[in-house]
Design a protein. Sequence first.
Length: 184
Amino acid sequence: MTTILDLPLHPLAVHAPIILVGLLAILGAGYLFIPPLRQRVGWAVAVLVLLAPASAYGSIFAGQQLADYLYPDGWPDAVRQHHDYGYWLLWTLVALIPVWFLFAGLDRGRRAALLRNGDAPKPARSEDGEAPAASSDDPAATGRRIIMFVIGAIALGLLVLAAWLLFKAGHTGAEMVWGGTVQS
């Protein structure tokens, strides 16, 4: 079992996904819902999309070592449920990676098309503060917006699911430690 200063690594490592997945959910939702915010937080969300699954994997790995050490004859049901929530969180975060970068790439293409049309007469502004794509000469504008909506909805669903699984994994772990569900 991996330890740091004679403490099991798992109780220390679980704090990384708590912070990173929580930040990812908050900044990711802001990125999806507030287009002017995208250029400011896009790099941070891209880093979080990559770091969050790595931190979840590290916590799972350390947790498996701790569970094997504490329960050499087999894991109790509470430990197995906690482990399963962690794995579901990991795979949700892994699924978010290509979805997120596809959405970000489509948004970058949308912004590039708006910049190319910067010398055109200024049309009325939309509610997000940017020129509507329908008035541009970008032939892909309408299709891009539809695809961005669908991909954005999938990304939002994955963010909400990740936040829920993070809560469930943390709650089951806390119940084991503080509620006395599992005795060592």
